[in-house]
Design a protein around this ligand. Structure first.
Ligand code: R5P
Length: 298
């Protein structure tokens, strides 16, 4: 198996290769003067099983085009199979046509990757709100892994939380809270989130309903897939503080961290905020490399 990392995920590809006791392949990427990308694979890929890792963060359009170029080149050079690993799958959340004429981006991205020669697909904690399962978006075999066990292990070793309650900040995040809770041998629950989004707006206002949870003197550990603006977790953290929570810890898989997100959540009372390296960031303390390597082995 040959592991190749696109320019958005080279350190992660190196870590995945290391987990598999090998070195990552060598991909050369340069730019032509007009801004186009030049791509060259320095390994013989003919009849090889190749894994291409490329996360779609910060410049998702550029990253996906590079991934398509890589995949198509691998097919052209005779790779036997091409497993595409996209740790953070941008475009996943637009999985329905909410208003007439909108692109269903998740389906478009899946079709593009398939048509470029991808033979199987892997992503991590992909939040397809309405479809639920990434296998419903692709025609090729597609799997959604979770980083929540790794995040839970980190929390166990570093947070030392007192009588923790693990919380999904909305109902969909209840599944992730359950995984983290198992690692911490703790209780878990999920809040109810209401998003107010009007036509023409890309961001929305968040309101959180905590139900009847008791937090006086306890620590809250949040588990969510994404921190984007930080609005969800800031509202959830404020609600916990009102209920008398002692410390608030936050775990997330994808630290998108739009401007001011960390500040917003800290101002709401969070003591520690930890994410993974699906998106490199100042809070990326946990690597998803072991999760990806284990999936590639199975
Ligand atoms: C959506 O429901 C997700 O699980 C996240 O909670 C959400 O995307 C986070 O976005 P933001 O940080 O902008 O509130």
């Amino acid at each position: 198996m040959l592991i190749l990392g696109g320019s958005a995920s080279q350190p992660l590809a190196g870590k995945v290769a290391k987990e598999l006791n090998q070195e990552a392949g060598r991909l050369e990427i340069k730019r032509f003067p007009d801004g186009e990308k030049y791509l060259r694979i320095h390994d013989d890929v003919k009849d090889q099983d190749v894994v291409a890792i490329q996360s779609l963060y910060r410049t998702p359009d550029e990253n996906i085009f590079e991934l398509l170029l890589l995949t198509d080149t691998l097919r052209d050079l005779g790779a036997r199979s091409i497993t595409v690993v996209v740790p953070y799958l941008a475009y996943a959340r637009q999985d329905s046509r909410f208003y007439p004429g909108e692109a269903v981006s998740s389906a478009s991205v899946a079709r593009l990757l398939e048509s470029a020669g991808t033979t199987s697909f892997i992503t991590i904690d992909c939040h397809l709100h309405r479809l639920g399962d990434v296998a419903k978006v692709f025609k090729i075999p597609a799997r959604n892994l979770t980083a929540m066990q790794e995040l839970g292990k980190y929390a166990r070793e570093h947070f030392k939380a007192r009588d923790p309650l693990v919380i999904g900040p909305d109902e969909e995040a209840g599944q992730w809270a359950a995984v983290v809770a198992k690692e911490l041998d703790a209780e878990h629950t999920a809040f109810r989130k209401v998003r107010v989004r009007k036509e023409g707006m890309t961001a929305s206002k968040v309101e959180v309903d905590t139900g009847d949870v008791e937090l006086k003197g306890r620590d809250a550990v949040f588990a969510d897939d994404i921190i984007s603006t930080g609005g969800t977790l800031a509202e959830a953290a404020k609600a916990c503080k009102k209920k008398g929570a002692r410390h608030i810890f936050v775990l997330c898989t994808h630290p998108v961290l739009a401007d001011g997100a960390l500040k917003r959540i800290k101002a709401a009372g969070a003591l520690r905020i930890v994410g993974t390296d699906t998106i490199p960031s100042p809070i990326s303390k946990v690597s998803v490399a072991p999760v990806i390597a284990a999936a590639l082995k199975s």
